[in-house]
Write a protein that binds this ligand. Structure first.
Ligand code: CTP
Ligand code: CA
Length: 224
């Protein structure tokens, strides 16, 4: 068995993945969140483990499940939690993939008691969360760093901008214009852009197949 495992392409490699949404508390019973299902990140974790990697999966609140000896799931709630766990685990990672739909803004103050309604409108002041992926890009040494870009317009231009700005090796463009792609779907249609801005387009596929396509390209790039 040792011999067989040793032949797997990611044997001996550590892969860190972020997945799911984050929840940003407003008060003890309310939060700001989004519709991310966590599916893409969990499929990536499963694929990495199948390829022989040791996987750390940092995930926001999700219904997804995954049981694999080589996958360590770290559940988190907020963008700040995700940032702290990612910082901790990135050091030993060979490959890091940020597939999480991290909230961009959080309430500036979290009310300690449930906010009561009255006759006036309610205004919440929001401040930016930390950008986990941009932080990893800024501190990376030898890690191969992969990000996602969720776009609805000027997709390629926006994705290339994120690739450069966040110092990535590869970006996965998720176009929300395609039917069957996105947050809740079981399928996805992606375009990969590498650091040299080479572009590879894929057809609409299951998220499991998309995860395989992403790792095929990561392995190509690591062996190039
Ligand atoms: N990301 C992150 N931390 C954040 C925001 C985003 O790690 N606070 C990561 C996502 O996991 C994804 C990538 O950055 O891999 C791009 O996320 P996206 O929402 O598409 O882009 P943003 O940079 O947040 O810009 P915008 O939402 O304005 O398009
Ligand atoms: Ca965002």
């Amino acid at each position: 068995e040792q011999h067989i495992l040793g032949n797997l392409p990611l044997h001996g490699k550590k892969v860190m993945i972020t997945a799911g949404p984050t929840y940003e508390a407003i008060d003890p019973v309310r939060f700001i969140g989004n519709h991310s299902s966590g599916k893409m990140g969990f499929e990536l974790a499963q694929t990495a483990a199948n390829l022989g990697a040791e996987v750390t999966l940092i995930s926001g609140p999700t219904n997804q499940t995954l049981k694999h000896n080589a996958v360590n799931i770290i559940p988190i709630i907020s963008a700040q939690d995700m940032y702290e766990q990612a910082q901790l685990h990135f050091k030993d990672a060979d490959i890091a993939i940020c597939a999480a739909a991290v909230a961009d803004y959080k309430p500036k103050e979290v009310a300690l008691q449930k906010i009561k309604k009255d006759d006036s409108a309610l205004t919440l002041e929001l401040e930016k969360t930390k950008d986990v992926l941009a932080f990893l890009g800024a501190i990376k040494s030898n890690q191969f760093l992969v990000g996602f870009a969720l776009e609805t317009n000027n997709e390629l231009e926006h994705a290339k901008g994120k690739l450069k700005r966040k110092n990535l090796d590869l970006i996965v463009l998720n176009s929300l214009n395609d039917k069957g792609a996105g947050f809740k779907a079981d399928t996805n249609k992606i375009t990969l852009i590498d650091a040299k801005e080479h572009i590879i387009e894929f057809n609409l596929k299951s998220k499991a197949e998309v995860a395989q396509d992403i790792f095929n390209e990561i392995l190509n790039q690591l062996h190039a």
